[in-house]
Structures are given as C-alpha cells and as structure tokens.
Design a protein around this ligand. Structure first.
Ligand SMILES: Cc1cc2nc3c(=O)[nH]c(=O)nc-3n(C[C@H](O)[C@H](O)[C@H](O)COP(=O)(O)OP(=O)(O)OC[C@H]3O[C@@H](n4cnc5c(N)ncnc54)[C@H](O)[C@@H]3O)c2cc1C
Length: 290
C-alpha cells in the first residue's frame, strides 16, 4: 500500500494567507494545486512535505482574461479550462494543440497550468509550449510580486526559480498576430510525450521576424531550441528553412534512452516534429489551417 508520511494540512483562504502559511511552515511546506504530481510523489515517499498548503479556494488564481495586449492565465486554471477557452483557441493554437494531448480528461479536469510549470518535469508539455511563446511568469511572495521570463524560470529537472515562500500567480503571453502549433508523439493516447515540439512564428512582409521553438522530453536546455530559432529569424517561411530548423533542433537537444525509445529515434523525432509544427504554424499564418 502506498501511504504518504504524516503532514499538516492547511487550507489557504487568500493569496496573502497562502504566503503567510508558507512563511510560517518554512522550507518543508509545499502548496498543493491539482495534486496530480505532488500526491503520487508523496505516496511513493519521493516527497515528504511537513505541511500542505491547499490553494484550491483561491478563485483569483483561476481566471483566464485578456489584459491589454496580453493573455493572462491564472496559476489555478485547470488544463480543461485552458483547452475550452475560446480566446486561447483563437490566439494560441499551440496551447490548444498541447492541451488536447495532455493526459486524459480526469487529469485535465484537476491538474493546473501553474502546477504543470512549477513541477518542472522534463517531459511537461506546457513548459515547452509556454517557452516557445516566451511567456512571463508572475510570482508573489513575502516581498511582493515579480516577473520572471519563462526562459529564466526552469533551473533544471524539477527545479524552478521560485523562492521558498513564493507562489506562481499568473502566466502572461503577449497577443500578437503570430501563428503556432504543437506536435507530440506518444506511445498511447494520454501518455507522456516520447518527444513533442511546439513552434511559434511571427511573419511580416514574407520574412520571419521572430520564432519560438519548444521541445519536451529530449533534454533541450530550458525546453527550447535556441539555435534553430536564431537560424529562422530573418529568413523566409518555406519548407527548406523548416527542414533545416528541424535538423538544427535535432542536434541541439540531448535525449536519453529509456523505455520510450533510443537516443537516435528521439533525436529524429525532435527534428521531424519541429519541422511539422513550423509548417502547420506557417499554414495557420496564411489562414490555410485552423
Ligand atoms: C496519469 C497522469 C498523466 C499525465 N500526463 C501528462 C502529459 O501527457 N503531459 C503533461 O504535460 N503532463 C501530464 N501529467 C501532469 C499533469 O498534467 C499536471 O501537469 C500535474 O498534475 C501538475 O499539476 P497539478 O495542478 O496537479 O500540480 P500539483 O501536483 O498540485 O503540484 C505540482 C508541484 O507544483 C507546486 N505548485 C503547484 N502550484 C503552484 C503554484 N501556484 N505556485 C508554486 N508552486 C506550485 C506544488 O507544490 C508541487 O511541487 C500527467 C499526470 C498524471 C497523473
């Protein structure tokens, strides 16, 4: 039987209260959002927090809204809500694509966007998608609020730039006229990625003015393929460029062999999925594909 070690349970009633509780209990306290990553780790005793701070009552963290020229996604927004959001579907098809292939409805109904990012699992789909989008993460702690560029947020597997008593509050992404897509290969429906790639393109006057490429499950530094992005910027959005960007991305990542496949297979997939995501993003820019 898998039974977690004993812990204190506290239900936060406001954001300030959650931060107070985190400060009071110190480094051995953890917040619990959907619990889909934390509770299995506790049952296996891979995590043994002395106190769980439940943030499920914090409705202010559960909103998706447009704020000026930015989409703001509260940390407690569930995967299913992100998937169902019309504004997300319209402006950020990469997020809609990614959410369609994250786990199953049970997990998507409970797991949160903030929990996904804070878990910093090297195979997390939203970490790659929001990194391709160059999102900004808003954290709040005893010292107030601060913004962290997502590409500065992931310090390593399961490690983020959040301080001990800080909470992730919101994820912000500028709404631009960019096109995007996410492509994933999994062993069976609802499984974690063997490899997945996300692409974001901004195109002006037939030239790529900005590119974002996110990769997951292949050891890409901070979930992105920066050399492939550099190659694309300033070039034309055509098949030849996308094939070359895929080749560069496949060389940039550092996959490891495991039950999901050998290194060469994963490297091949990283390149192929990058190319396909770029092609789809470009087609969407021209209104050819939804
Ligand atoms: C069977 C199964 C299949 C899955 N398949 C996939 C998949 O295919 N792709 C994928 O990307 N994910 C997958 N997941 C992961 C899932 O989608 C969520 O990403 C995961 O459950 C984390 O979200 P949560 O809200 O449950 O976080 P929790 O488990 O509650 O928390 C995770 C960690 O983040 C911390 N945390 C949570 N919220 C905050 C916050 N606001 N501020 C600071 N720290 C915070 C917690 O303290 C904890 O350390 C799967 C999960 C399961 C159980």
């Amino acid at each position: 039987m898998q039974v977690p070690a004993a812990f204190q349970y506290e239900k936060a009633t406001s954001l300030d209260h959650a931060i107070e509780l985190l400060t009071q209990y110190g480094p051995e306290a953890r917040v619990v959002a959907g619990g889909h990553s934390l509770l299995p780790m506790m049952k296996l005793r891979l995590a043994q927090p002395e106190a769980l701070i439940d943030i499920n009552a914090l409705d202010e963290l559960a909103l998706i809204r447009v704020d000026g020229h930015e989409l703001a996604v509260g940390a407690m927004v569930r995967h299913a809500e992100l998937l169902a959001s019309p504004v997300v579907g319209e402006h950020f098809p990469i997020l809609r694509d990614a959410e369609r292939v994250i786990a199953d409805p049970l997990v998507r109904n409970r797991g949160t966007v903030g929990g996904s990012l804070c878990q910093a699992d090297p195979s997390e789909d939203l970490s790659a998608a929001f990194s391709a989008l160059r999102a900004t993460l808003v954290a709040q702690g005893p010292g107030g609020r601060r913004s962290i560029a997502i590409r500065e947020f992931f310090l390593g597997p399961y490690e983020t730039a959040l301080d001990e008593a800080e909470l992730l509050v919101e994820i912000r992404v500028p709404i631009r006229s960019h096109a995007s897509a996410y492509r994933k290969v999994e062993r069976r429906v609802g499984d974690w990625a063997v490899v997945a790639a996300g692409a974001v393109l901004e195109i002006s006057g037939g030239v790529i003015t900005e590119a974002g490429i996110g990769l997951t499950a292949v050891g890409a530094r901070r979930f992105v393929a920066e050399q492939a992005e550099d190659f694309l910027r300033g070039g034309r959005p055509d098949d030849e460029a996308f094939a070359e960007a895929g080749r560069i991305a496949s060389q940039e990542c550092r996959p490891t062999a495991d039950q999901r496949g050998p290194v060469d297979y994963k490297r091949h997939l990283a390149g192929e999925l990058t190319t396909r995501a770029l092609r789809t993003a470009a087609a969407r820019a021209q209104g050819q594909e939804a």
